[in-house]
Design a protein around this ligand. Structure first.
Ligand code: CA
Length: 522
C-alpha cells in the first residue's frame, strides 16, 4: 500500500495526529531564487557548462528534473503571485512590477496549509508590496533587496542584518527550522534575491572561476532580422543597457569598509586593465558578457551552497524522508542570448524556469520530465501533497502524478503566456501567446505596433525566424489560433484590459485582440 495514498486519505478525513506511528503530512520546502536561468545549473547540461552546481545536481539526482517548466508571466512580482494563488495575473491582480499590489486577503496555498495544521514561514525575497499573509513567521527583504548587509522586515518590524544576503536568508531559514514547533508539519519558502541584477557575488566567490573565458552563446550578436520591431526596440542588451554598476566598474551598495577592501582587491586590477584597453563595439560587448558571466555564476555559487546546507540539515535531522524539496526560480533569464540580460519574453530562456523536485517515496531519483508544467501548478501540487482540498478557482494541475511517473493522458499540451509591463523598465512590448511542445504563436499588443508572430522551435531552436507568413505553416497557424482562443476562454482572460496593467497611469482601455497582421520585416 502506498503510504502517501494512505496519508492523503487520513488528511482528508482530518484524522491526522502527531503520533509517531501515524503517517504524517509531508513537510514542504520551496527554495525559490530570483532570475535563475536553467543554463546556469549543471544538471541541465547547457552546452556552455557555465559552472558546476553540485548541490542542485544532488537534488536533481535524488528527484525529478523538469525540462519544460514554464512561467505564465516572466517577471518577478507577477510570477510570485502566480505561485501563491495558483492563478494567472489577470485573476490574482498582480500584473506588473510598476503599480501592482498583492491583495493579501485572497486565497493562497500557504493559508490553506496553515489552516490544515502546517507551520508556515517565508524568508527572503517577497516583492509583492503588501505584507505576507498566511505565514506564522515572515522575514522579508523590502522591495528587491540588496546583496550585502540587507535591511529586512521581520513580522512588520525593520531589522538590519549583517553579511551576504544569500547566506543571511539561508541562516534564517535553518534557524526557523531548528526552532519550529516539531509537532506540526511545516512549509518553508526560502526565497533568494540572487541571482537577480546587479549580480553581486559573495566575497568568497570572487574569482572562483579562475578568470575563465566563458563560451559565448550563438546569438550574442543577433541582428534581429526576420522578426518584428519588439526584439529590436528592447532596452535590455549588453550593448546598450548594461550599466557601470552591472559591470562592477561601480561597487554594489552597502559594503562595509572591510568588504569593500576585499571587493576592490578582486575588481580593481581587472577594471584598470579594462579601462586601459578602451574597448568599443563587439569587443566591448564581449568583455561585458565575460564580466556578466563571472558575476552571475558567482551569485549562483552561493545559492547552490544554500541548497546544500538545507539538504544537509534535513538529512541530519532525519527529516529528509518526509520532506518535499523543490528548487525553482520566478523565471528564467537571458545569459547573453540575443545579446540580452533580463527576462519578460515568451522566448525560451525567460519562459522556462528551472524546476527540481525531490519527493521521497513518490519520485524516482534522477528522473526527467519534458511535459509542459508550470509554476502555476505549485499551489495545487502542495495542497495535493498535504491532502488539502484544491479550490476550484485555481488554474494549474497537481504535478503529483507526473512526479510519481504516471503522466495523465489528458495532461496539458499547450500553455498560455502573458506579459504586460510597458514601456519601463526594459521596453519589452506587451504580448501574449500560446506555447506548445514545438510552436509559439505570439501577439504583440498594446502599442502602435500590433502584430503576430509564429516560431517553430524544432526547425529554429534559437527562435530567430518568424514564419507566420510562410504558407507551409498555414494549417499550424490556424490550429494555434483556435487553441489560443480556447485557452483564453478557459482561463477567463478579459478582452479589454485596464491601461494601468501596462504600467500606464491613465488612458483608454487597451484592446488585446486585433487583426492578425504579419510581423513587419526588418
Ligand atoms: Ca525575477
Amino acid at each position: 500500500m502506498n503510504s502517501l495514498l494512505l496519508l492523503t486519505g487520513l488528511a482528508v478525513a482530518g484524522a491526522l495526529t502527531a503520533s509517531a506511528a501515524a503517517p504524517r503530512q509531508p513537510n514542504i520546502v520551496l527554495i525559490f531564487s530570483d532570475d535563475h536561468a536553467y543554463q546556469a545549473i549543471s544538471a541541465y547540461g547547457d552546452a556552455r557548462r557555465l559552472l558546476e552546481t553540485p548541490h542542485l545536481d544532488r537534488l536533481a539526482k535524488s528527484g525529478m528534473r523538469f525540462d519544460r517548466a514554464l512561467v505564465p508571466n516572466s517577471i518577478c512580482g507577477p510570477s510570485r503571485a502566480v505561485v501563491l494563488t495558483g492563478k494567472y495575473n489577470h485573476l490574482n491582480g498582480f500584473v506588473n512590477n510598476s503599480n501592482s499590489r498583492f491583495d493579501g486577503s485572497q486565497v493562497t496555498f500557504p493559508k490553506l496549509l496553515q489552516k490544515a495544521g502546517y507551520q508556515t514561514a517565508v524568508i527572503g525575497k517577497w516583492h509583492l508590496v503588501s505584507d505576507p499573509t498566511g505565514f506564522d513567521f515572515w522575514q522579508i527583504l523590502p522591495g528587491q533587496g540588496i546583496y550585502y548587509n540587507p535591511p529586512m522586515i521581520r513580522m512588520g518590524e525593520q531589522v538590519k542584518m549583517e553579511g551576504y544576503t544569500t547566506d543571511v536568508i539561508t541562516d534564517l531559514s535553518i534557524e526557523w527550522l531548528r526552532k519550529r514547533d516539531k509537532s506540526k508539519p511545516f512549509l518553508l519558502l526560502s526565497q533568494h534575491k540572487a541571482p537577480h541584477r546587479e549580480w553581486a557575488p559573495a566575497l568568497r566567490h570572487l574569482g572562483a572561476d579562475g578568470d575563465r573565458v566563458y563560451p559565448e552563446p550563438e546569438t550574442l550578436f543577433d541582428d534581429y532580422a526576420n522578426r518584428g520591431i519588439a526584439v529590436r526596440d528592447q532596452d535590455m542588451s549588453l550593448e546598450k543597457t548594461f550599466t557601470p554598476r552591472d559591470a562592477k566598474l561601480d561597487p554594489p551598495p552597502n559594503l562595509t569598509p572591510e568588504q569593500r577592501k576585499a571587493w576592490d582587491a578582486y575588481y580593481e586590477p581587472r577594471n584598470a586593465k579594462f579601462r586601459a584597453a578602451n574597448l568599443s563595439g563587439r569587443d566591448l560587448v564581449r568583455w561585458r558578457y565575460q564580466r556578466y558571466m563571472h558575476d552571475y555564476t558567482g551569485t549562483v555559487r552561493a545559492v547552490d551552497e544554500s541548497v546544500g546546507r538545507v539538504l544537509d540539515y534535513l538529512e541530519k535531522e532525519g527529516l529528509a524522508e518526509n520532506t518535499i524539496v523543490v528548487y525553482s526560480s520566478d523565471q528564467g533569464f537571458f545569459l547573453g542570448e540575443h545579446g540580452w540580460f533580463d527576462k519578460r519574453w515568451i522566448f525560451e530562456e525567460s519562459l522556462r524556469t528551472p524546476l527540481l523536485v525531490r519527493w521521497p517515496g513518490v519520485t524516482r531519483g534522477g528522473s526527467v520530465s519534458k511535459d509542459l508544467v508550470s509554476t502555476l501548478d505549485f499551489a495545487e501540487t502542495f495542497l495535493d501533497a498535504a491532502g488539502v482540498a484544491i479550490p476550484a478557482e485555481m488554474q494549474g494541475h497537481s504535478l503529483r502524478p507526473i512526479l510519481a511517473g504516471r503522466r495523465p493522458a489528458d495532461w496539458r499540451t499547450s500553455f498560455y503566456y502573458q506579459y504586460f509591463e510597458w514601456p519601463a523598465p526594459h521596453r519589452v512590448r506587451p504580448h501574449y501567446g500560446v506555447v506548445t511542445d514545438r510552436y509559439k504563436l505570439v501577439h504583440f499588443f498594446g502599442t502602435a505596433d500590433d502584430y503576430w508572430e509564429l516560431y517553430d522551435r524544432e526547425k529554429d531552436p534559437h527562435e530567430l525566424r518568424n514564419v507566420l507568413g510562410d504558407p507551409a505553416y498555414a494549417t499550424t497557424r490556424s490550429e494555434l489560433e483556435r487553441e489560443l482562443a480556447r485557452l483564453r476562454r478557459e482561463l477567463k482572460v478579459p478582452e479589454q484590459i485596464p491601461p494601468h496593467w501596462l504600467g500606464r497611469q491613465a488612458g483608454d482601455q487597451t484592446k488585446q485582440g486585433g487583426k492578425k497582421k504579419q510581423a513587419k520585416q526588418k
